[in-house]
Write a protein that binds this ligand. Structure first.
Ligand code: KPC
Length: 498
């Protein structure tokens, strides 16, 4: 392929005569790159320093994009496996009972170079950013950054957007060959058979479903009650878990990882279950989906305050306790999602350049990938009943219906709806029965999360069922509950539909 630069070497794209920068962004991942772009667009003079060999951060390297790549493959393989030889579906293409993983990873590694290249082209040519790649910055004080071989850079402000790296649980055996996190998973050099995924988490379950779908004997181990960390109702939680179980993917919850065992390479894990009894699970690969730790060490020496999980503490303007030092993205802890990284960078830019903005991060929509997307926004039904009292719910599938129920009937699940309806998804929308205001929604299916971006906006605006009933659906859409709301919106006293 043609590359715009040799990404094995340091790369400079900045005006070295600059005496003082308006802002230096430490990190050119999602937060640093979007923050830099906004800063530049507002007329600020920025420099972005990235320790890795590309812009765009871990997202396109080995995190969000890889996560979605594996999720999509899991869904495709899952459908192929479910419809094996039925109608036009070919015989499920397994070699020796398993789909090979290594070619899939090789294709990702080749393909991501094009993404790296585009990130570079867009940043340099379209956004006119100034940056250094493959070079590690150190922060001397609130207005001075150094880079080996380049000396000191003076700046009015620093935005620390150096991200977070994988958290590894403190148990014996994590250094054995065959133990992976997202950060080194692409180094896999053998075809595993027995996999243990630690963490029924947003970062663990897509991997677990992928391993299961390619034919690995896969087990998920989770410390908490399964999926209890997510603000979803029990019915949505149970459906999500049941759909994994139906595919032969067990989640051992309230189960603690005691050790990873082996000599040189991993052979098994020892876990302690709800009953307090230790047991061994055979494994030739252990995947740790156990979260990330902020890389805040870069600024703690200059006195930047951090929290118990090493997260940099920022106010709503993205400012740290040190004047002139801001932070954004995963390094600030809490939910580590793209919207927060990118918007956080943008908020820092605005505040530095005199356009005060407060970043509200409490209310957001979120998704978990398994063999489906489970997506949610706002209050759960349970929470709404406790806080609001009179609640109106639209749910699909409905409860207690004895006949074949091909609903929800949604894009991405049409064959399921007609041939195996139990697999076609689960969804609900919750309203305040008195004020008719939209309070929350949950969805298990395919392609629904796009709508949730806008449902969040509607929620913040205080939309009512009557306004939602006026939305113009692009039929057949994944979020069936929007049309179903219309069936009831003519009613003065709303009666549940579900
Ligand atoms: C192309 C893409 O959205 C995946 S990588 C994103 C990195 S960045 O645009 O800097 O947020």
């Amino acid at each position: 392929m043609t590359t715009f630069y040799d990404n094995r070497r340091p790369y400079d794209n900045y005006d070295s005569t600059t005496k003082e920068w308006d802002a230096i962004f430490i990190g050119g991942g999602a937060s640093g790159r979007f923050g830099s772009s906004y800063f530049r667009a507002m007329g600020g003079n920025q420099l972005t320093i990235e320790a890795d060999n590309h812009l765009g951060g871990k997202c396109c390297k080995n995190a969000c994009v890889l996560h979605h790549y594996l999720y999509e493959i899991a869904v495709e393989l899952d459908k192929a496996r479910i419809w094996d030889k039925k109608e036009y579906w070919p015989k499920f293409p397994r070699k020796n009972g398993k789909v090979e993983i290594l070619p899939v990873l090789r294709d990702y590694i080749i393909g991501r170079e094009y993404v790296f290249d585009f990130m570079f082209h867009q940043s340099k040519e379209q956004l006119k950013l100034q940056f250094l790649l493959n070079q590690r910055a150190s922060v001397l004080d609130a207005h001075t950054v150094t880079v080996p071989g380049k000396g000191e850079f003076k700046t009015k402000n620093i935005i620390v957007a150096a991200g977070a790296g994988p958290s590894v649980p403190p148990v014996p055996g994590t250094d054995l060959k065959g133990v992976y996190t997202y950060a080194d998973f692409l180094e896999l050099d053998y075809e595993p058979k027995d996999v243990v995924v630690v963490g029924a988490s947003k970062s663990g379950l897509p991997w677990a479903c992928f391993f299961n779908a390619v034919g690995c004997n896969t087990t998920v181990v989770e410390m908490l009650p399964a999926l209890s960390q997510f603000p979803i109702d029990d019915d949505v939680r149970e459906y999500t878990l049941r759909m994994m179980k139906l595919r032969g993917l067990p989640v051992l919850d309230e189960t603690r990882l005691v050790s990873i065992n082996g000599s040189g390479s991993v052979k098994s894990v020892t876990v302690k279950g709800k009953d307090g009894v230790e047991k061994m699970i055979k494994a030739d690969l252990v995947y740790l989906g156990t979260g990330c730790t902020p890389r805040s060490d870069i600024v703690t020496p200059i006195g930047v305050k951090t929290g118990p999980k090493k997260e940099i503490i920022v106010d709503r303007h993205m400012a740290t306790n040190i004047p002139g030092v801001y932070a954004s993205g995963d390094i600030t802890g809490g939910v580590m999602e793209m919207w927060k990284a990118r918007q956080g960078g943008m908020m820092a830019a605005k505040n530095i350049l005199g356009s005060p903005a407060e970043f509200e991060t409490e209310l957001f929509a979120d998704t978990l990938h398994t063999f489906y997307e489970t997506t949610w926004v706002g209050m759960t039904e349970k929470e709404a009943r406790e806080k609001v009292g009179q609640v109106f719910v639209v749910r699909m599938p409905i409860q207690g219906y004895k006949n074949w129920l091909p609903l929800p009937l949604c894009e991405g699940a049409m064959q399921y709806a007609h041939q195996w309806p139990d697999l076609s998804g689960f969804q609900k929308i919750i309203y305040d029965a008195k004020t008719r205001k939209f309070l929350g929604a949950q969805h298990v299916g395919y392609g629904g999360k796009d709508s949730f971006q806008y449902l969040l906006y509607l929620l913040k605006k205080g939309a009512t069922i009557d306004e939602i009933a006026n939305l113009t659906e692009l039929f057949i859409n994944p979020t069936h509950f929007i049309q179903l709301s219309r069936l009831r919106s003519g009613m003065k006293n709303l009666v549940d539909l579900g």
